[in-house]
Design a protein around this ligand. Sequence first.
Ligand SMILES: Nc1nc2c(ncn2[C@@H]2O[C@H](COP(=O)(O)OP(=O)(O)OP(=O)(O)O)[C@@H](O)[C@H]2O)c(=O)[nH]1
Ligand SMILES: [Mg+2]
Length: 228
Amino acid sequence: MTGPDDLGADDADPGHAAAAAAMAEDARRLFAGPVTFLLSAPQLKFLPDADVPEIAFAGRSNVGKSSLLNALTGRRSIARSSVTPGRTQELNFFEVGEPVRLRLVDMPGYGFAKAPVKVVERWKALVRTYLRGRPVLRRTLVLIDSRHGIKPPDAEMMAMLDEAAVGYRLVLTKADKIKASELAATVAALAAEARRHPAAHPALHVTSAEKGMGIAELRAAVLADATG
Ligand SMILES: Nc1nc2c(ncn2[C@@H]2O[C@H](COP(=O)(O)OP(=O)(O)OP(=O)(O)O)[C@@H](O)[C@H]2O)c(=O)[nH]1
Ligand SMILES: [Mg+2]
């Protein structure tokens, strides 16, 4: 599912529909092709040169960032996912396409209470500094667990991105884990919330890395963000 601005009128325009279909096919092919792990940056000084458009994955620990990156690229475990929160501890860069057209950046989660305070502070500073100051960052995906909705650490992240004018998309994850009726209510609430945030894209993405829901649409959106 995509959001309000992707529904309705535009779909009736054959030119727009054809362009959207072409973009979806381009995205499918791109992500089915070469995707390679570039590097893992534990500190800002290890970031790769800022010469390729980047899309970052942000969200609470265990929300499904690494799993979504795997689903988008059709790889089972290019990004490390785990039942143990705090699995991703650095900024991990993956390059998509040959020649490279964009990079996906898997990041450590926030709001993970069990990690030592110092470690959490270090991740937080790394993520924030990257998000606020990266010239090639074209969009951030802010992942929200379908079952939980927006929690205080998510609100804090969104406020930070709004302030820094860093554009983001809200992506609901693990949609397979809740009933359709509950999902509809969460989507409505999130759509209303998105409209209150200046840097939030109006289109919502509802996904399940497990079932493949919303993945093709998100791939097309990521490609459009990176290359548009
Ligand atoms: N049912 C279901 N489980 C999912 C989905 N996406 C992720 N999970 C599970 O959620 C857990 C956490 O997934 P990760 O992808 O490691 O989450 P993360 O956000 O990268 O976590 P950190 O790196 O610790 O911040 C794993 O057990 C996944 O299998 C989904 O769409 N559906
Ligand atoms: Mg992870």
